[in-house]
Design a protein around this ligand. Structure first.
Ligand code: ADP
Length: 448
């Protein structure tokens, strides 16, 4: 740089000197100097033009021309800058390629959405699983491409902290896709769809297995129970044998209850409509359930009060609802010590929703157990549950029945004070006054 400047200053001084000398000889030093400066200016203008041409032709004439003086420095600096930029560009290009190769190799469909939920970019799996086509669908709203109502509702709700719905693939036959939207940057979203068909199939195999085993066990158990029932009453047995028979009968009944609950649960899980929906006279069903509970819990001398709105009838599946009611009532009987109070209510809450509520003054449940109570076989005290004849499946059944009726379960409890279970149904399930309840075929109450 310094060398370039030195040459440039020397050139300027020499030009000025030549101008002064020639001006002195011609009789006007000022004109000589002016001419010399004009020459210097013209020379720099020429070099500047050359530089612009070189910049315009970059790529074709890659190496800088030999310009001399300060211009060599200028060319060299621009040249180095360009080299550096080229390297950076190549590196970025490679990184982009690698990223695209990695996302293309992903088995999950990935779609980049802009703030208006328009598809900007997607990988190969998105074409395979979601049917997006390049370039036809670029810039299209994703809800026009994936028209499933659950997906639309999930996207519109905007709560992406939870996983999205499972929907059928619009192009791949029998493929079930678990949808997830992940917001990133500012107003950008990544839509990820994972093919979970194999998991669904495994789950189906598990469900079928449980259902088949329960079904196969049912008949032999009924026979065993029948014989045991008559044996228990056989007066020819000595006291010791009578005790053994009674215990065997009790355990066989427990097993039967377990098998019945498992069957009920697998039917509920598989989503099979076991029975059509009808208008259920809930107050009448509760009357039966509560009477049965009074009979079963006789030894405990509970105060069991029923308060049911006879005009509040529900649209639902009667057997499932009966199971829900009796599971909650019998739990209260089971986990409330003798002399305790149990209150069963069927009413509309202040938002007009039908609510089934069971409160007791029983042993209560510690707060950390509450979120897990509806898991299959989850019990706070396994020994106590078994002793009371519980199967550990009651609340799982309650949860499924409620899910199938669009309702939800609310649990409040305090250890040593009591519990309150509320099954809240949507207001739309209230049956019209004019509709008369169809008679419900009596079904055996769960033996609890
Ligand atoms: P179980 O057949 O064991 O009663 P559930 O699924 O009906 O199974 O209930 C799960 C667990 O929740 C029970 O084992 C018990 O620990 C607890 N539970 C349910 N209802 C009550 C209640 N009313 N009071 C206290 N604990 C309860």
């Amino acid at each position: 740089m310094q060398a370039g400047w030195d040459i440039e200053i020397r050139r300027l001084l020499l030009s000025l000197l030549a101008g002064v000398l020639l001006g002195a000889l011609a009789g006007s030093v000022a004109w000589g100097v002016a001419l010399a400066l004009a020459g210097v200016l013209a020379w720099h203008a020429y070099r500047l033009r050359q530089l612009i041409r070189w910049l315009d032709s970059k790529g074709r004439r890659f190496h800088p021309p030999d310009a001399g003086g300060i211009w060599d420095d200028v060319y060299l600096r621009i040249y180095r800058l360009q080299q550096r930029n080229r390297k950076r560009k190549r590196k970025l290009g490679k990184m982009l390629n690698r990223f695209q190769e990695a996302t293309a190799a992903m088995p999950d469909a990935v779609v980049v959405l802009n703030r208006d939920n328009e598809a900007e970019w997607w990988n190969d799996s998105a074409s395979r699983l979601l049917g997006l086509q390049n370039p036809r669908d670029v810039g299209q709203r994703i809800t026009n491409l994936l028209r499933h109502p659950d997906f639309r509702a999930y996207l519109e709700a905007g709560d992406f902290s939870r996983p999205g719905p499972v929907i059928a693939s619009p192009v791949k036959e029998q493929a079930e896709l678990a949808i997830r939207v992940v917001p990133y940057a500012r107003n950008r979203r990544l839509l990820i769809a994972r093919d979970i068909s194999h998991l669904q199939r495994l789950e189906q195999v598990r469900r079928d297995f449980v259902a088949n085993v329960s079904h196969e066990l049912r008949t032999p158990l009924t026979v065993i129970n029948g014989y045991l029932e008559s044996l228990v009453e056989d007066e020819r047995l000595g006291p010791e044998h009578a005790r053994i028979m009674r215990e065997m009968h009790e355990q066989a009944l427990r097993m039967q209850q377990l098998v019945d609950d498992l069957l009920m649960l697998s039917r509920l899980e598989s989503g099979q409509a076991m029975e059509p929906e009808t208008v259920v006279d809930v107050a009448a069903v509760l009357d039966e359930v509560v009477n049965e509970a009074r009979r079963v819990g006789e030894g405990k001398s509970h105060r069991l009060a029923l308060e049911a709105d006879p005009d509040l009838r529900l649209l639902g599946r009667p057997n499932e609802l009966r199971s829900l009611f009796s599971n909650l009532v019998f739990n209260a009987v089971r986990y409330t010590p003798p002399g305790g109070e149990i209150r069963v209510r069927w009413h509309r809450d202040d938002q007009g929703r039908p609510v089934f509520e069971v409160s007791d003054t029983g042993i209560g449940i510690a707060a950390h157990h509450i979120p897990r109570l509806t898991e299959r076989f989850y019990r706070v005290d396994v020994g106590r549950s078994r002793q009371e004849g519980g199967t550990g499946l009651g609340l799982a059944i309650v949860k499924h029945v409620l899910m199938r009726h669009g309702g939800q379960l609310e649990i409040e409890s305090e250890v040593g004070v009591g519990s309150r279970f509320r099954a809240v149904f949507p207001a739309e399930r209230i049956a019209d006054e004019a509709e008369s309840p169809r008679p419900i075929a009596p079904v055996p109450l769960p033996g609890r």
